[in-house]
Design a protein around this ligand. Structure first.
Ligand code: F6R
Length: 269
């Protein structure tokens, strides 16, 4: 795991947006995995800015979102499709045919989940998967005790998630208690993973993910098994890491590069 600790959320977002841009610039037909939630919002804004300045085009990019609620219409303000349209897709030149969500119209969840996996494979796999981190270590809707080799499937939301989301729904309105999510095994198949995490309230999950044992109790700890993961974290979320000095030292060898290439400082003598 490459751990990049930066002072603020803005710097985290800039770094993440640069990584995503580098991937697209290297391969215009990139397949990107996207996440919703508050963590990637500023990163999406920066990507939009890069597109507006003519620095970046999403014309040939395909996307696969991590998860989606079951039972919400596309245009429901709480659907993840709506979220992505609002915060990214409608502001860039992406072809809507290339946007994918793990949705299920016919209620055959097994078939829909298997189709999502096949579609990802057919596209050649995900080049870069963007992730946020839940307070309890979840990634996607893979809550603690999810199988570390799970594939796309239907999951029951935790009571806590349902309760905390209830504020976004009218009391008389249907509120989903199910979601379809990529599995941890699906995420681990991505060629590169970029996880962004900020804020004091995530510091325990950050320690469990990076320095804890690999355990289904912290789904994100499975990322320790992936050989091309970058975690970009702000100082508040990194506060409890035991080896933060080492991560900062090691990162200084990257010379703050967003590329994978390590450019060591070589003694000229
Ligand atoms: C969203 C997702 C979730 C979030 C996580 C963190 O598609 O898959 O796992 O990434 O809940 O959410 P925020 O960023 O709102 O703290």
């Amino acid at each position: 795991m490459r751990i990049v600790i930066l002072p603020t959320e803005l710097e985290v977002s800039r770094f993440a947006a640069d990584i995503i841009s580098d991937v697209i610039k290297k391969k215009s037909r990139s397949v990107l995995g996207f996440a919703t939630g508050s963590s990637p919002l500023a990163t999406y804004e920066i990507l939009i800015e890069k597109y507006r300045k003519g620095e970046l085009s999403f014309k040939h990019v395909s996307t696969f979102n991590l998860d989606e609620y079951v039972g919400l219409k596309h245009n429901h303000s709480q659907s993840y499709r709506y979220f992505m349209n609002e915060h990214l897709f409608q502001h860039i030149d992406i072809d809507i045919q290339n946007i994918n969500f793990p949705e299920c119209i016919n209620n055959d969840f097994k078939e829909c989940s298997a189709n999502y996996e096949s579609l990802i494979t057919k596209q050649g796999g995900i080049d870069l998967q963007l992730l946020g981190l839940g307070n309890n270590g979840h990634i996607g809707f893979n809550e603690p005790t999810s199988s570390l080799s799970s594939k796309t499937r239907i999951k029951t939301l935790t009571k806590k998630t349902i309760e905390s989301n209830s504020r976004f729904f009218d009391p008389s309105e249907f509120q989903p208690s199910l979601a379809i999510t990529m599995g941890i095994g699906t995420i681990l198949q991505s060629k590169k993973i970029l996880l962004i995490v900020t804020g004091d309230n995530k510091k325990k999950a950050v320690v469990d993910m990076i320095e804890g044992p690999i355990s289904a109790f912290c789904p994100a700890s499975a990322l320790q098994l992936h050989n091309n993961t970058v975690v970009v974290v702000d100082e508040a979320a990194a506060a409890n890491l035991q080896l933060s000095e080492y991560y900062v030292h090691s990162e200084s060898m990257h010379l703050n590069s967003t590329s994978d290439r390590i450019a060591p400082k070589i003694n000229a003598n």
